[in-house]
Design a protein around this ligand. Structure first.
Ligand SMILES: [Zn+2]
Length: 457
């Protein structure tokens, strides 16, 4: 028997069984088909003695949406599957999306976004709530999308301040009926964020929907993380089906013209305009003045602003909670193939470097689990997130002793520098990354239907 690929002598970490062992893996037709200490033969054989072999990373909060530049940056740090359509924004035509990207660098899963639904129902003013007729239209489009295989519903409530709790609850009820996950970018960050978090928790309580709270540190890592985490702990002990994702950076990125950067944002964050950095466009890497802020808002609303308004220590406080999944929020506007924020290129290597190696706050098996097995379970991906016979051969092979992020904010360095310590990345059994090189292959698929929340073990 000859395998397509044999990965020899690696230290295999399976987050499902929480075990680590040295063995050989045989890959055939995109699946893991052998795990053994015996000699096995393959068309390609790699000796990875001393390196970690774990499932490919599943990024539960991304905005890739078929952007190949973004997919390359993510793959280079070990991401093999992304959950797209977050923060209320999803592709306009989901059917076309599925057709176009069924052969892509990495695997993609789509949600449908509330803001996109509003646009499709004709609600273009973000400060206005939807009428009963418009809500009816949105519900119809949502049901259609779920029937097509869309895996969840996302809200970006901070981007549509006018959205009523009625429209939010009506849509969440549809998701609950279909057993689909509801991802929520809460209505407000900073101190107003705590009542916005209560709104998000109440969506689960009132509709029975499973809720995932998005990029926790970007919403609450401004001095209120302890209180916000306490609210999540209470909700979990009440039995609510709630989860959390969070990233590695204290400064968030989004379009400068969005409601997040509305007049008054600087006062809310207790900073001045110099705490906002241009991530893309003519002022890339520069700290803003009031004049620059006004010019960008007026003439370049799609350019990226980075709000350097979070507390670094809260990034780690949040990630210490065992239920928090690690995410990037990648896909903020790209300038000639370069991301506006280092999260796209540095998140996971930074997680392993800081939380595991430097600060010793979490062990390597748990760290891998938070990036692979836990998000796979949350998304109902029964073939991903573990190392076992029959699992999809999405693999990350890295050196735990040296893995390190090299990307930085645009004011300090390059946002897209590839990390150290990544050896190989496989997507559905196909070598996709070799060292720092992303190969010209496209073994990734669009994943439909499988994300049913009741697919748990
Ligand atoms: Zn968001």
């Amino acid at each position: 028997m000859e395998y397509d690929v044999v990965v020899k002598n690696g230290t295999i970490i399976d987050p499902k069984r929480k075990k680590s062992t040295v063995a050989n893996i045989g890959i055939l037709n995109g699946k893991i088909s052998s795990i053994t200490r015996e000699e096995i033969k393959g068309n390609v054989e790699l000796d990875v003695r001393g390196k970690i072999v774990c499932p490919g990373i599943i990024d539960i909060h991304a905005h890739v949406e078929g952007n190949l530049d973004c997919a390359k940056v993510l793959a280079a740090m070990g991401v093999t599957t992304v959950y797209n359509g977050n923060c209320g924004m999803s592709p306009e035509n989901i059917n076309e999306f599925y057709k176009k990207y069924d052969s892509f660098l990495i695997n993609q899963i789509e949600q449908i976004g509330h803001t996109t639904l509003r646009e499709q129902a004709g609600v273009t003013d973000r400060y206005k709530s939807s009428s009963d007729e418009e809500i009816k239209k949105m519900k119809f489009i949502l049901e259609e999308a779920f029937d097509l295989g869309v895996s969840g519903l996302s809200f970006g409530l901070e981007y549509v301040p006018g959205s009523s709790s009625k429209e939010v609850l009506e849509l969440a009820k549809v998701a609950a009926k279909y057993g689909k996950l509801v991802s929520i970018h809460t209505r407000s960050d900073c101190y107003g964020g705590l009542s916005a978090l209560k709104e998000a928790i109440d969506i689960s309580r009132k509709t029975g929907a499973a809720v995932n709270i998005s990029h926790f540190t970007y919403q609450f890592g401004m001095g209120m993380a302890t209180e916000a985490l306490h609210m999540i702990d209470e909700a979990l002990s009440e039995g609510l089906d709630i989860s959390v994702d969070s990233g590695l950076y204290s400064g968030f990125a989004t379009s400068i013209g969005s409601a997040v950067f509305d007049e008054g944002c600087v006062e809310k964050w207790g900073c001045d305009y110099s705490s906002i950095i241009a991530g893309t466009g003519k002022y890339r890497g520069q700290r803003l003045t009031k004049d620059m802020y006004e010019e960008l808002r007026r003439d370049y609303p799609d350019h990226t602003g980075i709000g350097m308004v979070g507390e670094e220590y809260e990034v780690f406080e949040i990630l210490e909670k065992p239920y928090v999944m690690v995410c990037t929020d990648a896909g903020t506007l790209y300038d000639n193939g370069v991301p506006g924020h280092p999260q796209d290129a540095g998140t996971y290597p930074k997680f392993f470097k800081t939380m595991v190696r430097e600060q010793n706050r979490i062990n390597l098996i748990d760290a891998i689990s938070r990036c692979t097995y836990i998000p796979a379970k949350r998304l109902g991906l029964i073939n991903k997130g573990f190392i076992g016979i029959g699992a999809d051969a999405d693999l990350l092979i890295f050196d735990a002793k040296i893995i390190e992020d090299k990307a930085d904010y645009p004011c300090f360095g390059a946002t897209d520098t590839r990390p150290e310590g990544i050896e190989y990345v496989f997507v559905n059994g196909v070598m996709t990354v070799k060292g720092k090189e992303v190969l010209d292959v496209s073994a990734g698929k669009t994943i439909k239907d499988k994300c049913n929340l009741w697919n748990w073990e």
